[in-house]
Design a protein around this ligand. Structure first.
Ligand SMILES: [Zn+2]
Ligand SMILES: [Zn+2]
Length: 335
């Protein structure tokens, strides 16, 4: 069992629109209700880009990014139950809720008025050590190593919430075939659904990748699929794709916007929404989403395609993601 570390190496966002800076910081301590983790791996998510690039305003600064944390418990604060030293856990985007607002009271803690978010309003996992509220940490199925478990915690989990919101669509379109879509395609296929993958126009490599994961069709995001879809999920942060997706869904179909930030959605004719098509977003996650998704991950062997980077090269990981060069998920390998 490793001792509780006093110092840690971290990659820190000191201000938006500037590279992360390597820093040696005092390691955090587990306050009551918290667990202290030695971080094994932390996924790099598009939301990290939106925070680093200033699309999402008001981050804690300086900030340790990262909300797909896999680590081992090395410290336990007072009043924590159900965790032991050495346990392996995952920490997602939803880091804390108040439990008293109308949303928390009605099972919608994902919309909590007082929510804190890992790697955004509290420090995350681009560091050797992290703390987390024990109530928002999940056990990780043993079949995944740290690197392959990390993408489950946001790409998988928020992807899954979007998937639930898409209803029982048989023909499911996924716009933007990155970390979330490549995980979800495997879950959808296991559920007997047909996946239609939409990528940046001309990105034949990603289209090929989608087919290897069982997509029945893969093409450009501006193209129409060969059959109309029952639902579509947008992972690409491009508002114009909401309109493209509406054009591709059948009567009664739903288009789910799964990202936290998107460019403006252009005006479109009402006829595209008519016939009970729906356009909606998905925000954050609930703990129930996390528990449900981890049960699925334990049952369905999800093969996350992972490109790993050492912690010091977090800026390269962000740049590669920004350029759309990552096939699957980018993950920082930390210890
Ligand atoms: Zn609340
Ligand atoms: Zn994320």
């Amino acid at each position: 069992m490793s001792a509780v570390p006093k110092k840690m190496h971290a990659m820190v966002l000191e201000r938006p629109n500037a590279p992360l800076v390597p820093r040696e910081l005092p390691a955090p301590r587990a306050d009551p209700g918290q667990i202290l983790l030695r971080v094994g791996a932390c996924g790099v998510c598009r939301t990290d880009l939106h925070i680093a690039d200033g699309d999402l305003t008001g981050p804690k600064l300086p900030l340790v990014l990262g909300h797909e944390i896999v680590g081992r418990v090395v410290g336990i604060g007072d009043d924590v139950e159900g965790f032991a030293l050495g346990d392996r856990v995952g920490v997602p985007w939803l880091g804390w809720t108040g439990g008293t607002c109308p949303y928390c009271a009605s099972g919608m803690e994902n919309l909590c008025e007082h929510a804190r978010f890992t790697g955004y309003t509290v420090d995350g996992g681009f560091a050797e050590v992290a703390v987390a509220d024990a109530r928002y940490a999940f056990p990780i199925p043993e079949t995944y190593d740290d690197l392959h478990a990390a993408p489950l915690l946001c790409a998988g989990l928020i992807g899954y919430r979007a998937y639930r919101m898409a209803g029982d669509a048989r023909r499911l379109g996924l716009y933007g075939f990155g970390a979330a879509a490549h995980i979800l395609a495997q879950v959808a296929r296991q559920d007997g659904r047909d996946v239609y993958a939409f990528t940046r126009p001309g990105d034949t490599a990603k289209q090929r990748f989608a087919r290897t994961l069982g997509a029945v069709w893969a093409g450009d995001s501006t193209a129409r699929p060969p059959e109309s879809l029952d639902a579509a999920i947008l992972f690409a942060p491009v508002g114009a794709l909401a309109v493209e997706a509406l054009k591709s869904v059948d009567r009664g179909g739903t288009v789910v916007c799964a990202g936290i930030h998107m460019t403006d959605i252009p005006a479109f004719p009402y006829a595209l929404l008519w016939e009970e098509r729906a356009l909606r977003s998905v925000a954050n996650l609930t703990r129930e989403d996390g528990e449900r998704f981890m049960r699925i991950a334990a049952r369905v062997p999800i093969e996350a395609g992972v490109t790993s980077f050492p912690l010091d090269r977090a800026n390269e990981a962000l740049d590669a993601l920004r350029r759309g060069e990552i096939e699957g998920a980018a993950v920082l390998s930390i210890s």
